[in-house]
Design a protein around this ligand. Structure first.
Ligand code: UD1
Ligand code: MG
Length: 443
């Protein structure tokens, strides 16, 4: 049983934002989401987040226990607040991590979970990083770790040290409880520094073990929006790399925007400027993009989406969409349908082999198998007060520039002439034309 404290109560002043720092998103998820996911995947089974009032109001979405640190008196104080809430469980170990470090991989936390096994009382992740850096410096004496010094308290010689404190720790719980009780705020920031526990442990003859992380990118903390953008780029690169390894061709990963928890089938090709988001599932052998957005949508196999927006929809297989189409609001496209340029489909079901190739609006409609929707067709679904349904049967031919004034039903095999304004139901097999549309003489 391993517990973790996630520090997330800081004001995040440098973000210059009304929103709590850890709620800022990278690749469609708040940074705190990534930290919690990595901790859980790393083997931590109980997590408490130290939050401020603003974050507390939104913490339910994360499924994590929390405690409010009403005054941000420093990282050491934040840990004390969490320990008071948790109640003692000794012997035991506690991991401490920061909520503003979304790039930490689960393996790093997993390594910390086991880090005290050899008898250490504390372990901390250190990392070599190019200077200058705002990270606390790891000061060693005769090769062993002696203390951490924060940048604002450091001498020029200490600032030249390139081994940093990443801000990830494992503590023996009993020792941690004693040490935080002894922290003082006699430093440049007048804060209780968690990092002062290192010197405290060393002075008490306890063992502090450094765990060197190989790549400082993994432990980049986010303090402002420049760092937020850099972290997003890194996370996106990881997401793209994972899908490419799983068999997806991504023409330009720098210009492809993905999120966690997407499914993309192998041999799908993604062209630049394409965003796929919100739990979308894409089948195999699709061609997506360029310049497309697919969100919260299930897409079958061999589907082409070119220069189009597809949101909250379900797409069958062998479908072609775009260029310049817009699907939204639970649009459902059956297999082998074709949606062409400047066609908008909202809350409509298009059954197998329906074609709407040019310039149409289909809203609140059901369109039967094999029907062809002519260029310029509009479902007039809104009467000023409410939305009304249009039902079109199978193998119907809707002529160019037809207005279907809903509620209206067109029977199987019917036909509307170009420019028809259909205000009344059309029986199966009937041919209508005109404004308002009337039956044409039988052939
Ligand atoms: C801290 C470390 C520094 C380390 C760096 C790594 C201390 C004193 N310094 O500095 O050695 O190199 O992390 O990123 O710990 N927080 C609270 N309550 C508070 C203050 C902070 O919950 O009262 C939280 C913040 O929300 C943040 C984390 O603790 O998630 C770290 O705080 P931050 O102010 O960013 O510390 P750094 O200056 O980055
Ligand atoms: Mg920080």
């Amino acid at each position: 049983m391993t517990r973790a404290i996630v520090l997330a109560a800081g004001k995040g002043t440098r973000m210059k934002s009304a929103r709590s720092k850890v709620l800022h998103e990278i690749c469609g998820r708040p940074m705190l989401w990534y930290v919690l996911r990595a901790l859980r995947a790393g083997g931590v089974d109980e997590i408490i987040a130290v939050v401020n009032d603003e974050l507390q109001a939104q913490i339910d979405a994360f499924g994590v226990a929390s405690v409010v640190q009403s005054e941000q008196l420093g990282t050491g104080h934040a840990v004390k607040v969490a320990l008071d809430q948790l109640g003692a469980r000794v012997p035991g170990q506690i991991i401490v991590a920061c909520g503003d470090m979304p790039l930490v991989p689960p393996e790093l936390f997993a390594g910390m979970v086991g880090s005290l096994a050899g008898g250490a009382d504390m372990a901390l992740v250190t990392v070599r990083m190019p200077l200058p850096s705002n990270f606390g410096r790891v000061v060693r004496r005769d090769g062993t770790i002696d203390r951490i010094v924060e940048v604002r308290d450091a001498t020029p010689a200490e600032l030249a040290i390139d081994e940093m404190n990443a801000g990830i720790y494992a503590f023996d719980e009993a020792a941690l409880r004693e040490a935080v009780g002894r922290l003082r705020d006699d430093n440049a920031q007048r804060e209780y520094y968690l990092t002062d526990t290192v010197a405290d442990f060393v002075n008490a003859g306890k063992t502090v073990k450094p765990v060197l992380a190989p790549d400082y990118l993994n432990v980049l903390g986010i303090n402002d929006r420049v760092e937020l953008a850099r972290a997003r780029r890194e996370m996106n690169a990881r997401l793209c790399a994972q899908h490419m390894r799983d068999g997806v061709t991504i023409i330009d990963p720098d210009a492809t925007y993905l999120e966690p928890e997407l499914r993309i089938g192998c041999d799908t090709v993604i062209y630049p400027n394409t965003t796929i988001s919100r739990l979308s599932e894409i089948g195999e052998e699709c061609v997506l993009g360029p310049n497309s957005r697919i969100s919260n949508t299930r897409v079958g196999t061999r589907v082409t989406v070119r220069e189009s927006v597809v949101v909250d929809s379900t797409i069958g297989s062998d479908v072609s969409i775009g260029p310049y189409a817009h699907l939204r609001g639970q649009a459902v496209l059956g297999d082998e349908t074709h949606i062409g340029n400047f066609v908008e489909v909202k809350k409509s079901i298009l059954e197998k082999r329906v074609k709407a190739s040019h310039l149409a609006y289909l809203g609140d409609a059901t369109i039967g198998e094999g029907t062809n929707v002519g260029a310029g067709t509009i479902t007039c679904n809104f009467d000023g007060e409410q939305k009304n349904a249009t039902i079109v049967g199978r193998d119907v031919s809707i002529g160019s520039n037809t207005s279907l004034v809903a509620p209206v039903t067109i029977g199987d095999g019917a036909l509307t002439g170009a420019g028809s304004v259909v205000t009344k139901d059309v029986p199966a097999g009937e041919r209508v034309a005109g404004n308002p549309a009337r039956p044409l003489p039988k052939k």
